[in-house]
Design a protein around this ligand. Structure first.
Ligand SMILES: Cc1ncc(C[n+]2csc(CCOP(=O)(O)OP(=O)(O)O)c2C)c(N)n1
Length: 323
């Protein structure tokens, strides 16, 4: 695949930064200072990086409970994200939302919520509004494979197709909904691409653990949507390495085999990309060491900021609360 050096490096940097931020969260979580649930996306970074590398700062992104990677890849503020996880007033939702309610309006990351499929119709509404205002912006919504089982997924595809909305639906198929595999939830003949195509929607699938391929596939879809040819549906296969919710692994639960886990571990989006970069001479080990050191420093500063920030004041307890 022909990709220029600058882009390769940008994709690598993005994936590495997401991985290192999440590893830091996992390391600090047992201190019990972050009191919100966390859904770690380690193993799925290739999708966030590859998709968002195609977006402009003012394109819209909406996401789900597993949103750290999407938020960071869209350019969300790391300090505000970590402060949010620590429940601090300087957090992106003023410390009231936690990990599952990230938002950064400076880069049009409009928000994430944990209601499975809940952001899909919201994103369709955003794309509808954007189209009515004749903006040249694209809306991207990220969701997991389980979200496609909700009725609102089909309703959203229908409306988006009807109005030819500039939206890209991105399904991250990590095969599990909590501990339930696809085989326990969907007939094996079911194919989301066929569902999307049934509505007349442009649809593609790809390897979510190959950021360069995710980038290329998304590029076409974003161009298609931006030119008002209609919505696009993309499904990327991937795997989460950590437990469904929390900082740890969950091998003892035995809902997925060691063999399956190791198969996907070998397909690590970050490790394999790094090897590829070294082989092609894009970077050497020394440069990687320097990039890591720089990212680590940024993360340490953001953690310090989050820990030192004050909690919201008591009088704030009922402001900005809608439910
Ligand atoms: C409407 C709704 N049903 C159930 C839940 C509980 N729940 C939280 S995350 C989750 C799994 C979602 O799986 P998927 O969408 O594939 O994303 P993944 O966690 O695999 O990234 C479920 C069932 C919820 N939050 N919302």
């Amino acid at each position: 695949m022909k990709i220029n050096k600058k882009l390769f490096l940008a994709l690598y940097y993005q994936m590495l930064r997401i991985r290192m931020v999440e590893e830091k969260i996992c390391q600090l979580y047992p201190e019990q200072e972050m009191r919100c649930p966390v859904h770690i996306c380690i193993g799925q970074e290739g999708i966030a990086a590859g998709v968002c590398a195609n977006l402009k700062q003012d394109d819209y992104v909406l996401s789900n409970h597993r949103s750290h990677g999407h938020f960071l890849a869209k350019g969300g503020n790391l300090k505000a994200m970590l402060a949010e996880l620590y429940g601090k007033a300087s957090g992106c939702s003023k410390g009231k939302g936690g990990s599952m309610h990230l938002v950064d309006l400076n880069v049009n990351f409009l928000g994430s919520t944990p209601i499975v499929a809940g952001m899909i119709p919201v994103a369709v509404g955003v794309a509808f509004g954007s189209a009515l205002k004749k903006e040249k912006k694209v809306t991207v919504v990220f969701f997991g494979d389980a979200a496609t089982e909700e009725g609102v997924f089909s309703e959203s595809l229908n409306f988006a197709a009807l109005k030819k909305l500039p939206i890209v639906f991105v399904c991250e198929n990590n095969r599990y909904s909590v501990y339930s595999p696809l085989s326990a939830r969907q007939p094996k003949e079911r194919d989301n691409l066929m569902i999307a195509k049934g509505y007349g929607i442009y649809a593609q699938r790809g390897d979510g653990n190959d950021a360069a391929s995710v980038y290329q596939i998304t590029k076409k879809a974003v161009r298609f949507a931006r030119n008002r040819k209609g919505p696009a549906f993309l499904q990327f296969d991937t795997y989460r390495y950590r437990e469904h919710c929390g900082h740890s692994f969950d091998h003892e639960l035995n809902y997925r085999s060691k063999r399956e886990f190791n198969y996907w571990l070998k397909k690590c989006p970050l490790g394999n990309f790094e090897k590829k970069l070294i082989k092609r001479g894009v970077v050497d080990k020394k440069e990687i060491f320097l990039i890591r050191a720089k990212v680590q420093q940024e993360i340490n500063m953001a953690v310090e900021f989050a820990k030192k920030s004050p909690f919201p004041e008591k009088k704030e307890v009922l402001t900005d609360i809608y439910a």
